[in-house]
Write a protein that binds this ligand. Sequence first.
Ligand SMILES: [Zn+2]
Length: 619
Amino acid sequence: MIHTPPTARLRLVACAVAALAGAALPARAEQVIALAVDRDDSDDDGISDGDQATDVPTNDAAELVVPSIANEPVTVSVLGGLRVVRGGKVVPTPFKLRPDELPAPLWLQATEPSTGSRPLALLLARGEEVTRKPLHAVDLTFLDANNRPMRPALQGLAISQRVTSDASLPRSSDHDVKSRDARNFRVQIIDATATGKRIEAVLESVAEGGQARHAISVSLVRADTSQPFRSRFVRLVGDHVDRDARGVGGQVLLVGLRDTVRLVYMSGGQRIEQAMRVSRPGDELSPIAARQASLRLFVLRAVPGGPPIIGVDDRSALRLVREEIASANEIWLQCNITFGAPAEVPIEIVDPPAAGFIAVANRDGLPARGGVIQLRADGRVAPPIAIPAGSTAMDTALRIAEVLGTMGFDAQVTVNPKTVFGAAPGADVVVRRRNGKLALIDAAPGLPLTTDAQQRIDLGVVDLGDGLEEFDNMTASSGTLEERMLIKTLADDDPATIDLFIINRFTHGTRQGEAFIEASAGAIGNAVILDRTGLRHRETAWTMAHEIGHVLLNQPLHPDNVGRDRPWLLMDSDNNRGTVNGPKRLTPEECAQARDTAGAPPGVLKPYDERSAKASRKD
Ligand SMILES: [Zn+2]
């Protein structure tokens, strides 16, 4: 966008008025219009604005009105690298404007920078008289880590995966210095009118909605006038801890997914700019194309009907959780993955489930020796359920479900992975009324729940009074009865959603979060349980981002469990520092794994900010 300074704007207005009145142009010293060479992609269509033939974006073009004078035709031609755009289309020059087409607004777009030997001008010829409108084109370029010009229509910027203040961000502004971190970039300006060895510009990040996010001043220098001006390298970061990292002031710019990063330069008092986007549009397959993972969150109440386990009331609980989602977005921006606008992520505040859950052969997976199960559902005594000797947990669960089905209940059976020392897999039955609410299940009055001497039948209750019983080495593959009940009664069946539960604490306090991932082939997949204390230490642990990482990476282990300790990694298990050295970095390999459909659970990642979707919205 070109913001014409007030004086120039007045002049243009005056011209238009003069043109309408059919009077001659005021004979006044013309201010040279400044332009950026238009190589960015303002309409994000994958074609450089300067190469586009139709619907040419005019963000970086200058408008000029050809006035009507004495009813004469005007021949328009150009000197130097200029394109003329009229009604969105490039018009080959020279061309003639008839008197009835005047006054005619034209857009001028620069394709080459001005040099001392190559002036840029628009020429308007009326008969013998030629009016020359000089322009000045400045080259504003983003350079990659190897000082190669970047192509905004085909490439994107991305936040660094390195510790912000480490040595892979060069501090020098030498012309030839390169960056070891391939995600760092610098900017270069070629301005034929600039004198001296230093010029100033601004880099600013603008969010998708148009709000300014962050801006830094950058100095660009050159050793002699034969060189272009170059800045130091700049590193993009996703959160304020990295933005405020020590020792790298002026070289760090805060951004969000699909932000626009603008290089803004004042030439002759006129603001000109070129821009690049963070990541690529979601319809692309590039490793930095934007992706979204679907999250659904559940905040538990300590007791049914009680206050949520975080915040002082429902509203503050929602606010805290949304802050946490924003923080997870900042971390996963490293892989160009978002969980969506925090305000749009579904969050429910729910009672701990207290009914409707029957576990068969919990933990041990033992078969039946033979017996009778005698249940009551919503106060109605069920017919006795005979279980033959040798029945597996699944056999028994299916019989229970069948009987409850005949009573009008919806009973769903799921089989759990075998526990480490279990004989066979256990099974669970979730029992609901027709309206979806969990049914109250208990033993028939005066009778044992089961007469089987070996196969356990347990009725589930999630009681957060003592916290949530966490899995141990033996139950890691299946989860504890309480965990299974929490997840199976509340989570949806959609494998493309990550369900996240926030609880008060784990009973034995052995962890702050746990993840159930598809790799373990259990009935529970893509679920995360977080202890609220993990949230209180926000940014000292990045707990939510870490636990979601287990799901997205399909990886139950921590890198420090299997290799050398790299405490700066998000998936590290033993670092709690809230500094730039904290556990928050994702490696390129991890991003590739999370983005690969073989790594991430199928369907969890979807294109974000697709160009095709935008185009169809326009229609
Ligand atoms: Zn972990």
